[in-house]
Design a protein around this ligand. Structure first.
Ligand code: TPP
Length: 278
């Protein structure tokens, strides 16, 4: 990590902005926010060298609550925005945060290509198997028989998207799963994800107490992964396909070439202002 990115010692609370979260009581996203600020403090990252990027959704509000640079973009477009920023400012630590709807539905295509492009980004998807912000529609990770949405009262009838399997197939170099109810484990995974050179995908099981109250049970269902992190995609594929979706930890990590455009801009903002002056 660039020495200029290292800050004097700050505590986790120093990375919290003065904007109060509007999430519902008990939302898993609170724990993700707390893990993000703890990870930034652990890594002593200078606030002005961190950019948090998101799309739209309850989870995508997270950058507003972190005292670093941030961009709350448009639905499903967090990864393109983050990729553009990283291309222009490779010196920044760029962290992308969003939900399963934002990342796997409208943003699904960008997810695939971000995995294979392998830019040095950290992508946190807070997966609650529902569109929280728009009041409870099924998302790509919703089980086919979940019949509580007015749009799909008989269930979706579709097999759910398997984020870790898809990330592996698309060529991601770091794949991990965390749980909002395990803040220590989540902070550790986030530190590893941020330190990983390349595209680090972190699926975080983050219960939605409002539209999926049954997810309170997740705390009894999650368990540490019984596979040591592997760099073998075949072994990882076998494990991930057999996984119950509740195994926590680093599942796959591999050193792959990190993509970064060679050409850096030669024009300054002043040049652009001159060029476009009316
Ligand atoms: C182009 C576009 N389509 C649809 C929406 C409506 N919309 C806002 S948030 C959202 C889904 C959010 O769900 P998710 O990403 O899972 O996050 P959560 O709210 O559950 O944290 C949708 C469909 C939008 N804002 N823009």
């Amino acid at each position: 990590m660039d020495a200029a990115n290292i800050a004097p010692t700050l505590r986790a609370k120093d990375y919290k902005s003065d904007v109060a979260p509007v999430w519902c009581p008990g939302c898993g996203h609170f724990a993700v926010l707390s893990a993000v600020t703890k990870a930034l403090a652990h890594l002593r990252l200078a606030k002005e060298r961190v950019a948090m990027i998101s799309g739209i959704g309850c989870s995508s509000r997270l950058p507003a609550y972190v005292d670093a640079y941030g961009f709350h973009g448009i639905h499903g477009r967090a990864l393109p925005i983050a990729s553009g920023l990283k291309a222009a400012r490779p010196d920044l630590t760029v962290i992308v945060a969003g939900g399963d709807g934002d990342g796997f539905s409208i943003g699904g295509n960008h997810f695939l290509h971000a995995c294979r492009r392998n830019m040095d980004l950290t992508y946190i998807v807070m997966d609650n198997e529902v569109y929280g912000m728009t009041k409870g529609q099924a998302s790509p990770t919703t089980q086919p028989d979940w019949a509580k949405s007015k749009l799909t009262p008989h269930g979706t009838g579709m097999r759910p998207f398997l984020p870790t399997a898809i990330a592996l197939a698309a060529g991601a170099s770091f794949i991990a799963r965390g749980f909002a109810g395990d803040p220590t484990g989540l902070t550790k995974l986030l530190v590893e994800a941020i330190e990983h050179p390349g595209f680090a995908f972190l699926q975080v099981l983050s219960p939605c107490q409002t539209f999926r109250p049954e997810q309170k049970e997740w705390k009894h269902l999650v368990h540490p992964s019984d596979m040591a992190p592997t760099d073998d995609p075949v072994e990882a594929a076998r494990f991930i396909q057999a996984d119950d979706g509740m195994a926590l930890g680093l599942l796959y990590v591999r050193r792959l070439p990190v993509w970064q455009p060679q050409n850096q801009p030669t024009a300054t903002p002043a040049d652009l202002e001159r060029e476009f002056a009316l």
